[in-house]
Ligand binder design. Structure first.
Ligand code: 5GP
Length: 191
């Protein structure tokens, strides 16, 4: 069985991890994005089977019962997200390394499972206030969903020191460049 490495980006929603992960995918061809399964509704700009595998709650729970997930979570009440074992294997079979955009608890679970083979990076926003501003400005969530994301973010910020690396995101361009250096060092031993 082929085995590559895993690069995990975790952070509260709105900290900029998705942008950083997209930047890395455009810069490092040896990396491939782990497409999670979710029961959340597809947003206008998202593509099924590319951003997520959008599935029903029924399908999701069926996969849970069949032990198809390496980790999964009810990230927000009633909304499930999970990483399929088959997804990691698919990417490794292509001879690539896997990059994850995943919530804090899921990220720590993967790190615990894969140990030295995984690099777990926590993307730290400048402050909770800035995070709230970014989340509110995004305009993709209903007021109730937004409130839930903000509540969860406060808790998630306290998990930072459990990660291999804390990557501050005060300036997105700098954070992207730093992320690339860190990942190249981990994957290829580049200085
Ligand atoms: P969003 O709804 O904004 O796309 O994602 C909500 C949160 O779920 C984000 O923090 C995202 O990183 C996280 N997430 C996405 N996929 C997974 C997954 O497979 N497992 C877990 N535990 N969290 C995930």
């Amino acid at each position: 069985m082929t085995q590559g490495k895993l690069v995990i980006f975790s952070a509260p929603s709105g900290a900029g991890k998705t942008t950083i992960v997209h930047y890395l995918l455009s810069r490092i061809p040896e990396l491939e994005f782990s497409i999670s399964a979710t029961t959340r509704e597809c947003r206008g700009n998202e593509v099924n089977n590319k951003d997520y595998y959008f599935i029903t709650k029924e399908e999701f729970l069926h996969k849970v019962a069949k032990h198809e997930f390496v980790e999964f979570e009810e990230v927000y009440s009633g909304t499930f997200y999970g990483t399929l074992k088959s997804e990691i294997q698919r990417i490794w079979n292509e001879g690539k390394h896997v990059v994850f955009d995943i919530d804090v608890e899921g990220g720590l679970r993967l790190k615990k499972k894969y140990g030295e083979n995984a690099l777990a990076i926590f993307v730290q926003p400048p402050s909770l206030e800035v995070l709230i501003e970014r989340l509110s400005g995004r305009g993709t969530d209903s007021p109730e969903k937004l409130k839930e994301r903000i509540q969860k973010a406060g808790k998630e910020l306290s998990y930072a020191d459990k990660f291999d690396i804390i990557l501050p995101n005060n300036d997105l361009k700098t954070a992207c460049e730093e992320a690339e250096q860190l990942v190249r060092h981990f994957l290829f031993g580049e200085a």
